[in-house]
Design a protein around this ligand. Structure first.
Ligand code: 13P
Length: 253
Protein backbone atom coordinates (compact mmCIF):
# COMPACT_ATOMS: atom_id res chain seq x y z
CA UNK A 1 0.00 0.00 0.00
CA UNK A 2 1.26 3.44 -0.90
CA UNK A 3 1.40 6.03 1.83
CA UNK A 4 -1.05 8.94 1.50
CA UNK A 5 0.78 12.13 2.42
CA UNK A 6 -0.07 15.77 2.98
CA UNK A 7 3.03 17.95 2.79
CA UNK A 8 3.33 21.69 3.37
CA UNK A 9 6.16 23.63 1.77
CA UNK A 10 6.38 26.91 3.66
CA UNK A 11 8.97 28.33 1.22
CA UNK A 12 10.43 31.61 2.56
CA UNK A 13 7.66 32.17 5.09
CA UNK A 14 7.41 31.98 8.89
CA UNK A 15 9.73 33.20 11.59
CA UNK A 16 10.60 30.77 14.39
CA UNK A 17 7.75 32.08 16.49
CA UNK A 18 5.23 31.87 13.66
CA UNK A 19 6.41 28.39 12.75
CA UNK A 20 6.06 27.18 16.31
CA UNK A 21 2.55 28.48 16.59
CA UNK A 22 1.54 26.89 13.26
CA UNK A 23 2.95 23.50 14.27
CA UNK A 24 1.25 23.68 17.66
CA UNK A 25 -2.05 24.24 15.92
CA UNK A 26 -1.41 21.44 13.40
CA UNK A 27 -0.48 19.01 16.18
CA UNK A 28 -3.79 19.68 17.83
CA UNK A 29 -5.86 19.46 14.64
CA UNK A 30 -4.20 16.39 13.15
CA UNK A 31 -3.70 14.44 16.37
CA UNK A 32 -6.26 11.75 15.48
CA UNK A 33 -5.74 11.91 11.73
CA UNK A 34 -4.60 8.75 9.91
CA UNK A 35 -2.71 10.91 7.41
CA UNK A 36 1.05 11.31 7.27
CA UNK A 37 1.61 15.06 7.53
CA UNK A 38 4.98 16.70 6.82
CA UNK A 39 5.91 20.38 7.01
CA UNK A 40 8.92 22.02 5.41
CA UNK A 41 9.83 25.19 7.34
CA UNK A 42 12.73 27.46 6.36
CA UNK A 43 16.08 26.30 7.81
CA UNK A 44 15.94 28.75 10.71
CA UNK A 45 12.68 27.28 12.02
CA UNK A 46 13.40 23.55 11.56
CA UNK A 47 14.84 22.91 15.00
CA UNK A 48 12.23 24.82 16.96
CA UNK A 49 9.31 23.29 15.05
CA UNK A 50 10.77 19.77 15.19
CA UNK A 51 10.93 20.05 18.98
CA UNK A 52 7.18 20.61 19.11
CA UNK A 53 6.22 18.24 16.30
CA UNK A 54 5.22 14.70 17.24
CA UNK A 55 2.47 13.58 14.91
CA UNK A 56 3.67 16.12 12.33
CA UNK A 57 6.97 15.30 10.58
CA UNK A 58 9.49 17.98 9.64
CA UNK A 59 11.74 18.35 6.60
CA UNK A 60 14.17 20.78 4.96
CA UNK A 61 13.43 22.62 1.71
CA UNK A 62 16.90 22.08 0.27
CA UNK A 63 20.42 20.93 1.17
CA UNK A 64 23.90 20.67 -0.30
CA UNK A 65 25.36 17.26 -1.07
CA UNK A 66 28.64 17.60 0.85
CA UNK A 67 28.87 16.76 4.55
CA UNK A 68 30.81 19.91 5.44
CA UNK A 69 33.32 22.33 3.96
CA UNK A 70 33.83 25.76 2.45
CA UNK A 71 30.37 26.15 0.92
CA UNK A 72 29.15 29.50 2.20
CA UNK A 73 25.41 29.68 2.65
CA UNK A 74 24.79 25.95 2.32
CA UNK A 75 23.40 23.38 4.77
CA UNK A 76 24.41 19.70 4.88
CA UNK A 77 22.19 16.64 5.29
CA UNK A 78 23.79 15.95 8.66
CA UNK A 79 22.91 19.44 9.86
CA UNK A 80 19.33 18.98 8.70
CA UNK A 81 19.03 15.69 10.55
CA UNK A 82 20.53 17.10 13.71
CA UNK A 83 18.02 19.95 13.57
CA UNK A 84 15.19 17.40 13.49
CA UNK A 85 14.45 16.97 9.80
CA UNK A 86 13.51 13.50 8.53
CA UNK A 87 12.74 14.61 4.98
CA UNK A 88 14.19 16.98 2.42
CA UNK A 89 12.70 18.53 -0.72
CA UNK A 90 15.09 18.31 -3.64
CA UNK A 91 14.71 19.82 -7.10
CA UNK A 92 11.86 22.22 -6.40
CA UNK A 93 11.18 24.27 -9.53
CA UNK A 94 12.05 27.45 -7.62
CA UNK A 95 15.51 25.98 -6.91
CA UNK A 96 15.82 24.93 -10.55
CA UNK A 97 14.59 28.17 -12.10
CA UNK A 98 15.56 30.94 -9.67
CA UNK A 99 18.80 29.43 -8.39
CA UNK A 100 19.85 27.59 -11.53
CA UNK A 101 20.00 24.05 -10.13
CA UNK A 102 20.60 21.44 -12.82
CA UNK A 103 19.67 17.76 -12.84
CA UNK A 104 23.30 16.69 -12.27
CA UNK A 105 23.41 18.64 -9.00
CA UNK A 106 19.96 17.43 -8.02
CA UNK A 107 21.07 13.83 -8.57
CA UNK A 108 24.08 14.35 -6.26
CA UNK A 109 21.79 15.81 -3.62
CA UNK A 110 19.38 12.87 -3.87
CA UNK A 111 22.24 10.40 -3.38
CA UNK A 112 23.67 12.33 -0.47
CA UNK A 113 20.30 12.73 1.28
CA UNK A 114 19.62 8.99 1.09
CA UNK A 115 23.16 8.07 2.18
CA UNK A 116 22.69 10.29 5.21
CA UNK A 117 19.32 8.83 6.16
CA UNK A 118 16.96 11.53 4.94
CA UNK A 119 13.85 10.72 2.94
CA UNK A 120 13.55 12.70 -0.27
CA UNK A 121 10.65 14.55 -1.86
CA UNK A 122 11.84 14.94 -5.44
CA UNK A 123 10.00 17.64 -7.39
CA UNK A 124 9.59 17.45 -11.14
CA UNK A 125 7.32 19.30 -13.56
CA UNK A 126 7.06 21.10 -16.87
CA UNK A 127 6.83 24.79 -17.79
CA UNK A 128 3.77 26.12 -19.60
CA UNK A 129 5.61 26.50 -22.90
CA UNK A 130 6.80 22.90 -22.63
CA UNK A 131 3.24 21.67 -22.04
CA UNK A 132 1.96 23.78 -24.92
CA UNK A 133 4.65 22.35 -27.17
CA UNK A 134 3.51 18.81 -26.28
CA UNK A 135 6.73 18.14 -24.39
CA UNK A 136 5.38 17.32 -20.92
CA UNK A 137 6.28 13.63 -21.04
CA UNK A 138 9.69 14.34 -22.51
CA UNK A 139 10.49 16.81 -19.70
CA UNK A 140 9.25 14.45 -16.98
CA UNK A 141 11.11 11.47 -18.41
CA UNK A 142 14.32 13.45 -18.73
CA UNK A 143 14.15 14.83 -15.17
CA UNK A 144 13.34 11.45 -13.66
CA UNK A 145 16.09 9.70 -15.60
CA UNK A 146 18.78 12.19 -14.60
CA UNK A 147 17.62 12.91 -11.04
CA UNK A 148 17.35 9.21 -10.12
CA UNK A 149 20.50 8.11 -11.95
CA UNK A 150 22.48 5.43 -10.11
CA UNK A 151 19.75 4.55 -7.59
CA UNK A 152 18.42 1.06 -6.86
CA UNK A 153 14.83 -0.07 -6.42
CA UNK A 154 15.51 -0.19 -2.67
CA UNK A 155 16.65 3.45 -2.69
CA UNK A 156 13.34 4.45 -4.26
CA UNK A 157 11.47 3.21 -1.18
CA UNK A 158 12.82 6.36 0.52
CA UNK A 159 11.75 8.68 -2.27
CA UNK A 160 8.45 10.47 -2.73
CA UNK A 161 7.87 12.08 -6.12
CA UNK A 162 6.05 15.41 -6.31
CA UNK A 163 4.64 16.30 -9.70
CA UNK A 164 4.43 20.08 -9.72
CA UNK A 165 3.55 21.61 -13.09
CA UNK A 166 5.35 24.94 -12.91
CA UNK A 167 2.44 26.80 -14.52
CA UNK A 168 0.17 25.75 -11.65
CA UNK A 169 2.45 26.87 -8.80
CA UNK A 170 1.28 29.97 -6.98
CA UNK A 171 -1.20 30.85 -9.72
CA UNK A 172 -4.40 29.85 -7.91
CA UNK A 173 -5.22 27.54 -10.81
CA UNK A 174 -4.29 23.90 -10.33
CA UNK A 175 -3.88 21.34 -13.08
CA UNK A 176 -7.14 19.63 -13.97
CA UNK A 177 -7.41 16.34 -12.07
CA UNK A 178 -7.30 14.39 -15.36
CA UNK A 179 -4.21 16.29 -16.54
CA UNK A 180 -2.41 15.55 -13.28
CA UNK A 181 -3.56 11.92 -13.27
CA UNK A 182 -2.20 11.39 -16.76
CA UNK A 183 1.26 12.53 -15.68
CA UNK A 184 1.16 10.60 -12.40
CA UNK A 185 0.35 7.44 -14.32
CA UNK A 186 3.16 8.18 -16.75
CA UNK A 187 5.60 8.61 -13.84
CA UNK A 188 4.46 5.33 -12.29
CA UNK A 189 5.00 3.49 -15.56
CA UNK A 190 8.44 5.00 -15.99
CA UNK A 191 9.42 3.90 -12.48
CA UNK A 192 8.17 0.38 -13.19
CA UNK A 193 10.06 0.16 -16.46
CA UNK A 194 13.23 1.53 -14.96
CA UNK A 195 13.36 -0.21 -11.56
CA UNK A 196 10.98 -3.18 -11.78
CA UNK A 197 10.07 -4.67 -8.38
CA UNK A 198 6.67 -2.89 -8.42
CA UNK A 199 8.44 0.38 -7.69
CA UNK A 200 5.94 2.37 -9.72
CA UNK A 201 2.98 0.88 -7.89
CA UNK A 202 4.55 1.39 -4.46
CA UNK A 203 5.92 4.91 -4.80
CA UNK A 204 3.94 7.80 -3.34
CA UNK A 205 3.38 10.48 -5.98
CA UNK A 206 2.10 13.83 -4.72
CA UNK A 207 0.55 16.58 -6.79
CA UNK A 208 1.61 20.18 -6.15
CA UNK A 209 0.45 23.48 -7.66
CA UNK A 210 -2.35 25.62 -6.17
CA UNK A 211 -3.77 22.81 -4.01
CA UNK A 212 -6.46 24.19 -1.70
CA UNK A 213 -9.49 22.97 0.24
CA UNK A 214 -11.72 23.68 -2.80
CA UNK A 215 -9.84 21.42 -5.24
CA UNK A 216 -8.23 18.64 -3.20
CA UNK A 217 -11.27 16.37 -3.41
CA UNK A 218 -11.36 16.24 -7.18
CA UNK A 219 -7.58 15.78 -7.34
CA UNK A 220 -7.58 13.07 -4.67
CA UNK A 221 -10.27 11.13 -6.52
CA UNK A 222 -7.63 10.28 -9.10
CA UNK A 223 -6.19 6.89 -8.26
CA UNK A 224 -2.55 7.77 -8.98
CA UNK A 225 -2.57 10.97 -6.89
CA UNK A 226 -1.43 10.00 -3.39
CA UNK A 227 -1.67 13.39 -1.71
CA UNK A 228 -0.46 16.94 -2.08
CA UNK A 229 2.57 19.16 -1.73
CA UNK A 230 0.96 22.43 -0.74
CA UNK A 231 2.51 25.90 -0.78
CA UNK A 232 0.31 28.91 0.00
CA UNK A 233 -2.55 26.97 1.60
CA UNK A 234 -0.15 25.26 4.03
CA UNK A 235 0.66 28.55 5.75
CA UNK A 236 -2.63 28.66 7.64
CA UNK A 237 -3.56 25.96 10.10
CA UNK A 238 -7.21 25.90 9.12
CA UNK A 239 -6.78 25.62 5.34
CA UNK A 240 -4.03 23.00 5.64
CA UNK A 241 -6.18 20.97 8.01
CA UNK A 242 -9.20 21.26 5.69
CA UNK A 243 -7.11 19.88 2.84
CA UNK A 244 -6.05 17.01 5.09
CA UNK A 245 -9.61 16.28 6.11
CA UNK A 246 -10.84 16.06 2.51
CA UNK A 247 -7.80 14.05 1.44
CA UNK A 248 -8.31 11.39 4.12
CA UNK A 249 -12.02 11.21 3.37
CA UNK A 250 -11.55 10.66 -0.38
CA UNK A 251 -8.78 8.12 0.16
CA UNK A 252 -10.93 6.25 2.68
CA UNK A 253 -8.41 6.44 5.52
P1 13P B 1 1.31 26.64 -4.20
O1 13P B 1 0.46 25.62 -3.46
O2 13P B 1 1.42 27.94 -3.49
O3 13P B 1 0.89 26.75 -5.64
O4 13P B 1 2.82 26.04 -4.22
C1 13P B 1 3.04 24.77 -4.65
C2 13P B 1 4.46 24.39 -4.40
O5 13P B 1 5.36 24.88 -5.05
C3 13P B 1 4.73 23.43 -3.31
O6 13P B 1 6.05 23.00 -3.32
Amino acid sequence: MREIILAGNWKMHKTIEEGESLVKCLEEKFKDSPLKVIVFPPFTAINATAKIAKKIKVGGQNMYFEKEGAFTGEVSPIMLKEAGAEYVIIGHSERRNIFGEKDELINKKVHSALENGLKVVLCIGEKLEERNAGKTEEVIENELKKDLDGLSSKDITNIIIAYEPIWAIGTGVSAKPEQAEEVHKFIRNLLDERFGDNVGENTTILYGGSVKPANIESLAKMKDIDGGLVGGASLKCESFFEIGKFLSKIKGL
